[in-house]
Design a protein around this ligand. Structure first.
Ligand code: NAD
Length: 305
C-alpha cells in the first residue's frame, strides 16, 4: 500500500508543543501537510504560559523542509487558532483536538477551580476549535476531527473526577459531530490513547514508558483523518503501545416491564438477572435504537411475575 499523504491540506494540532501533539505535528508535516502547531506552553497542571513549546516544534518541521506556523492561544480561544490556519494557509481540513492538562485530586478535596479549569480546557476548548472549523468543513464538504478521550473517562479513575467527566464528554461530543457531519463528508472519531509523555512520566515505570512512544498512536489517527476514510466515523478507539481496538456500548438483554402499578422496585429486583444478562448483547448506536427497541417490546409485552 502506498503511504498516506496529506499534501495541500492543513492540519491544526492543539497542544502540539510536546507529547502526542508534537508527534502528530511532525508526522503530518512529513507527509506533506501544512501544520498549525498550537500550544499555550503550560505545565501539565495548566500553569504558566510560553510560546517556546510551539516554536521548537515549528522550527523542527521547517528544518526538515516542512510547512508549519505556531499559534500560542489557549484552545478556549479556538477562533484564533483556526484563524491562524486560514491566514497562513487559506484552509483548514483536519482538526486534532489534543491539548490537555490534569488537576488530579480526590473528589473529597476537589475545588470548583479544579473542576472548571479541566472542563474549560478539554470540553470548552475542543468545542471552540471544532465550532470555528465547522463552517469551513461544511463549505468545502470535507473535514476530519479527532477528539481525545481517556481510559479515565471511559472507566473512571481515582482522583480524576473532573478529568473523567471531561474525557467521557469527548465521546458524546464526537458521536454528535459524526452524525451532524455525515452529510458534509465530515468524519469525527475519538481516541483513548496511552503514551509516554510528561503526563504519564510520573505514574508509570520507565521500562513500560519505553514501549509507549507517542509515535505508536499516530498511525491510527492518520488513517482515520485521511480522505480515503469516508465511512469510519463516530468510532471510539483505544490506542497505544502497538495496540489498537475499537470500543462500543453493549446492552444487556434487559427486562421490559408493564407500565402500570405493578412496576415497583420489587418487580425490577425480580428481573435483576435479565437486567444484567449480557449473554446475548445488543450494540446500540443511537437514541433511535432505544425507541425502536421499546416499540418492538411493546408489541410483545412480557408478563410481570
Ligand atoms: P502533554 O502534557 O505532553 O501535552 C499536552 C500539551 O497541551 C502541552 O504541550 C500543553 O502545553 C498543551 N496545552 C495544555 N493546555 C492547553 C491549552 N489550554 N491550550 C493549548 N495548549 C494547551 O500531554 P499528552 O500526554 O501528550 O496528552 C495529549 C492528550 O492526550 C491530552 O488531551 C490528554 O488528556 C490525552 N491523554 C493522554 C494519555 C497519555 O497516556 N499520555 C492518556 C489519555 C489521554
Amino acid at each position: 500500500m502506498s503511504e498516506l499523504r496529506f499534501d495541500n491540506q492543513t492540519v491544526v494540532v492543539t497542544g502540539a508543543g510536546g507529547g502526542l501533539g508534537k508527534a502528530y505535528a511532525l508526522f503530518f508535516a512529513s507527509r506533506g501537510a501544512n501544520v498549525v502547531v498550537n500550544d499555550l506552553g503550560v505545565s501539565h497542571k495548566g500553569e504558566g504560559k510560553s510560546g517556546k513549546a510551539a516554536d521548537v516544534v515549528v522550527e523542527e518541521i521547517r528544518a526538515a523542509g516542512g510547512r508549519a506556523v505556531a499559534n500560542y492561544d489557549s484552545v478556549e480561544n479556538g477562533d484564533a487558532i483556526i484563524e491562524t490556519a486560514i491566514k497562513a494557509f487559506g484552509r483548514i481540513d483536519i482538526l486534532l483536538n489534543n491539548a490537555g492538562i490534569l488537576r488530579d485530586i480526590s473528589f473529597k478535596n476537589m475545588k470548583d477551580a479544579d473542576w472548571d479549569l479541566i472542563n474549560r480546557v478539554h470540553t470548552y476548548g475542543a468545542y471552540k476549535c471544532a465550532r470555528a472549523a465547522w463552517p469551513h468543513f461544511r463549505k468545502q464538504k470535507f473535514g476530519r476531527v479527532i477528539n481525545t478521550a481517556s481510559a479515565a473517562g471511559l472507566f473512571g479513575s481515582f482522583g480524576q473526577a473532573n478529568y473523567s467527566a471531561a474525557k467521557l464528554g469527548q465521546v458524546g461530543f464526537t458521536e454528535t459531530l459524526a452524525k451532524e457531519g455525515a452529510k458534509y463528508n465530515i468524519i469525527a472519531n475519538v481516541i483513548a490513547p496511552i503514551a509516554a509523555s510528561r503526563m504519564t512520566a510520573t505514574v508509570m515505570p520507565p521500562d513500560v514508558l519505553e514501549n509507549l512512544k507517542p509515535d505508536w498512536v499516530v498511525p491510527l489517527v492518520a488513517a482515520l483523518v485521511h480522505s480515503s476514510n469516508t465511512t469510519e466515523t463516530g468510532g471510539i478507539y483505544e490506542v497505544g503501545g502497538g495496540h489498537v481496538a475499537k470500543l462500543r456500548w453493549e446492552r444487556a438483554k434487559g427486562a421490559l416491564l408493564k407500565t402500570d402499578d405493578s412496576l415497583t422496585p420489587g418487580a425490577i429486583a425480580r428481573k435483576w438477572n435479565d437486567v444484567n444478562d449480557f449473554s446475548q448483547p445488543e450494540y446500540p448506536t443511537g437514541p433511535a435504537d432505544f425507541m425502536a427497541f421499546l416499540e418492538d417490546g411493546l408489541k410483545t409485552p412480557s408478563a410481570q411475575p
